[in-house]
Design a protein around this ligand. Structure first.
Ligand code: SF4
Ligand code: SF4
Length: 188
């Protein structure tokens, strides 16, 4: 569902530590916009057909996403506010597939397992592109790691030849660099 395949090869900037396993390095994702990579650079990712695990939850909406979503769907039905932040709601679904253990899934996850926003509007919230990665900020630098729960639930890790570090723009929308707080560890 995530990590669009539109990525291109990225410039790896002079390393802060080195490209070896477990060490961090800086990678330029867009001109002048870099991240510190905290995952093994050999990590690969390809979303697996039929898996919708990461769409069984609500999803954080950055402010830009919220306004974009307003052009695609009724906000009153599809979103909720928690602790002052906007999220796409999750809701009970009348089906057995493409739902979490609680029978719920993202408002936009259709019965066929596709995202209605992506399928019908060729757009999805930034947070959906970022998964299975995680964004944190340290000393004004954007750090990128793999989300803890992705190791357990995301079937797309290390099943292809597509190195994540070479396609970071597919996961990290450019708007992240303009946000006051691009951190993704905020949940519904
Ligand atoms: S908005 Fe779409 S991609 Fe994002 S969690 Fe919902 S169904 Fe999945
Ligand atoms: S959990 Fe991983 S493999 Fe499954 S839909 Fe999400 S990104 Fe794709």
């Amino acid at each position: 569902m995530n990590g669009d395949e539109s990525g291109s090869t990225k410039t790896e900037l002079p390393e802060t530590a080195g490209p070896e396993r477990g060490e961090n390095r800086r990678v330029e994702v867009y001109p002048g916009k870099e991240v510190v990579v905290e995952f093994d650079p050999s990590l690969t990712f390809e979303c697996v057909d039929g898996c919708t695990w990461c769409c069984h939850h609500g999803v954080l909406l950055y402010e830009e996403d919220f306004f974009e979503l307003a052009g695609c769907a009724p906000l009153a039905e599809s979103t909720t506010q928690v602790r002052g932040e906007d999220f796409v709601r999750k809701e009970p679904k009348e089906r057995d597939e493409h739902v979490g253990e609680d029978g719920q899934a993202c408002f936009f996850l259709r019965d066929d397992g596709l995202c209605a926003l992506h399928a019908e509007h060729d757009w999805k919230p930034a947070r959906c592109s970022v998964f299975p990665l995680s964004v944190t900020v340290e000393n004004s630098d954007i750090h990128v790691s793999v989300r803890e729960e992705a190791h357990e639930h995301c079937d797309g890790l290390d099943v292809s030849e597509r190195r994540v570090v070479d396609h970071l723009d597919a996961f990290l929308p450019e708007l992240l660099w303009d946000l006051d707080n691009p951190e993704t560890r905020r949940r519904l």
